[in-house]
Design a protein around this ligand. Structure first.
Ligand code: FES
Length: 157
C-alpha cells in the first residue's frame, strides 16, 4: 500500500523521535500527500510501521480535520464555523459556498474540483471570516465576492 519512498521517509521520521510512535502525525501527512487521502490500508500500514494499533492511528486521523479519510476533490476548502467567524457572517457565506458548489459541507462538488469542509478556529479570528484552501492559502476578511473569485480560480486550476 505504501510506496518504498513513503516507508523509508516514515522510518527516517521515526528515528527523529525518542519514541517512534510520535511519528504518527507526520507519517499521516506524508502518506496523505502521496495518496491524496488516507484509505484503510494506509492507516494499517502506518500503524504497523510506527508500532501503534490501527484503531489508535485511525483515532488520530479522524480527530484532526486536516486528515482526509475519504477521497476528496482536487482542492479543499476548510471553512471556519467557530463563534468569532459566525459573528461576522460565516454561516451565510458557508451557505453561499454550498449553493455555489452544489454540495453540503463535508462533500465534494460534482465536478470533483472542490471539497468543502467545516473547520474549528483557523487562528485568524481578528480578521474573520476565515478559510483555508489546500492547507496553505489562508483567506481572511471574506466577502461573498471574494468567495466567488476564489471558487472560480480553483475550478480553473
Ligand atoms: S473563529 Fe474563525 S478563525 Fe478563529
Amino acid at each position: 500500500m505504501l510506496s518504498d519512498n513513503a516507508k523509508s521517509d516514515i522510518q527516517k521520521l521515526m528515528a527523529q523521535y525518542p519514541d517512534a510512535r510520535s511519528a504518527v502525525m507526520p507519517a499521516l501527512h506524508l502518506v496523505q500527500r502521496e495518496l491524496g487521502w488516507l484509505p484503510d490500508d494506509a492507516i494499517q500500514a502506518i500503524a504497523e510501521l510506527v508500532g501503534l494499533s490501527k484503531t489508535e492511528v485511525n483515532g488520530v486521523a479522524t480527530f484532526y480535520t486536516m486528515y482526509a479519510r475519504a477521497p476528496h476533490g482536487k482542492h479543499t476548502i476548510m471553512f471556519c464555523n467557530d463563534l468569532p467567524c459566525a459573528l461576522r457572517g460565516s454561516e451565510k457565506m458557508l451557505e453561499h459556498l454550498e449553493h455555489k458548489l452544489g454540495c453540503p459541507a463535508g462533500h465534494t462538488s460534482a465536478d470533483g474540483a472542490i471539497t468543502l469542509k467545516e473547520a474549528e478556529c483557523l487562528g485568524g479570528c481578528d480578521h474573520a471570516p476565515v478559510m483555508l484552501v489546500d492547507g496553505v492559502e489562508h483567506w481572511h476578511d471574506l466577502t461573498i465576492e471574494k468567495l466567488d473569485e476564489i471558487v472560480e480560480r480553483l475550478r480553473n486550476t
